[in-house]
Design a protein around this ligand. Structure first.
Ligand code: IDP
Ligand code: MG
Length: 140
């Protein structure tokens, strides 16, 4: 079966608490290949564009401010069924509701500061990877 790619973000809360290394180790232990990775800081405009799908939700403004509150680390992950598989190991949006031994359970603080982002569909994974990475950066 052909490997699939998904977009992962280690959010500012996990970067600040110095858990990015732990999260990367966790991801590698789950057998993902890290195709590309970089540490960046989003502008407000970029964060609004990335989360545009949530623009009408009550938490949108707060979410954007949180995502630009510090550096983030963005990676392209590859595995079989990467999109669904990564959502599985991330756990529920709210860390309190996340299953044991998921990234959000282990490293998330609350429903907003929940350590990681992962694409929710293959279609969005393709868009989100393009948003952050050029073809040249996507080594095999
Ligand atoms: P997901 O990240 O699990 O796909 P979404 O519903 O797509 O969850 O929400 C995007 C992000 O918005 C969440 O990861 C979280 O950081 C934030 N968020 C979601 N729901 C709430 C909320 O009720 N209050 C504050 N922030 C929220
Ligand atoms: Mg989502």
């Amino acid at each position: 079966m052909k490997k699939q790619r998904t977009l992962s973000i280690i959010k500012p809360d996990a970067m600040t608490s110095k858990n990015s290394g732990n999260i990367i180790s966790f991801i590698e232990e789950k057998n993902f290949n890290i195709v590309a990775q970089k540490k960046i800081m989003l502008t407000k405009k970029q964060a609004e564009e990335f989360y545009n799908i949530h623009k009408d939700r009550p938490f949108f403004g707060e979410l954007v401010d949180f995502m630009i509150s510090g550096p983030i680390s963005v990676q392209v992950l590859e595995a079989e069924n990467a999109v669904t598989y990564y959502r599985e190991i991330m756990g529920s949006t709210n860390p309190e509701e996340a299953e044991q031994n998921t990234i959000r359970k282990l490293f998330g603080k609350n429903i907003q500061c929940n350590a990681v982002h992962g694409s929710d569909s293959l279609e969005n994974a393709v868009k989100e990877i393009k948003f952050f990475f050029s073809e040249l950066e996507l080594i095999n």
